[in-house]
Design a protein around this ligand. Structure first.
Ligand SMILES: [Zn+2]
Length: 233
């Protein structure tokens, strides 16, 4: 009897090992990405900047309004103070008065939307702060669960590896190396059973002489269609 049966047992362990390793990698990726925290943190930072910007804009408009009001007061004092009697000078001052009043009206008109924008930005920032705090808390719990699971899976992998190695140590080195080279090329199925004359790896009916050879062979027999190691059932 050849080593196909032992190789099938090794393959079963290898398949479980591949599954566990894939799960481990998935958890590691999750831990690395920290759930959706990265995106939330960047949104939070953007909202903080937006609060500063809108506050600055609002403050600027208010200061502009105050300074225009002061300027108008100054003009009015000169205009109505009676000290200026020159007509050209009076006309020029009136013109400046009108222009400044128009500027004040424009600044005052812009204050309300700027105030609203600033209030909106503050609200959004507060919302994001709450969401971020809740997510950080939730992630802490999730991450600890992920880490626990990762430890379990890692221990499983170690056990499976040693189990696989102990099985493999009894198998002929050439057979084992053939199995190892086939495994990645045959999507994790290097050894296929033969049932009712059909290779279970490729589902193709084997020629009679191949089946006969398989039954009496001391060396490994490969499927003539898919190249997998055959195991007679
Ligand atoms: Zn086959």
């Amino acid at each position: 009897m050849n080593s196909a049966k032992s190789l099938l047992e090794v393959q079963e362990i290898d398949q479980r090992l591949a599954k566990s390793r894939a799960e481990y990698r998935k958890i590691a990726d999750l831990l690395k990405a920290k759930g959706d925290l990265k995106k939330l943190r960047s949104d939070y930072e953007a909202s903080r900047l937006r609060v500063l910007e809108t506050r600055l804009e609002h403050g600027k408009l208010e200061a502009e309004g105050a300074s225009l009001k002061e300027k108008i007061e100054g003009i009015e004092t000169r205009l109505y103070g009676g000290a200026i009697t020159n007509l050209r000078e009076l006309t020029a001052l009136e013109e400046e008065h009108n222009i400044t009043k128009r500027s004040l009206a424009a600044a005052e008109e812009a204050v309300t939307p700027a105030q609203l924008a600033s209030d909106d930005a503050a609200l959004r920032h507060d919302d994001l702060q709450d969401t971020l705090a809740a997510s950080e808390k939730q992630w802490k719990t999730e991450a600890s669960e992920h880490r626990k699971r990762a430890q379990t899976v890692s221990a499983e992998c170690t056990t499976l590896e040693s189990e696989r190695n102990s099985f493999a140590s009894d198998i002929d080195a050439n057979d084992l190396s053939l199995y190892r080279s086939l495994l990645p090329r045959k999507s994790g199925v290097a050894v296929a059973r033969v049932e009712r004359g059909i290779c279970q790896g490729c589902r193709i009916k084997l020629p009679m002489r191949e089946i006969a050879r398989l039954k009496n062979s001391d060396i490994l027999v490969l499927c003539s269609s898919c190249g997998r190691i055959l195991l007679a059932s």
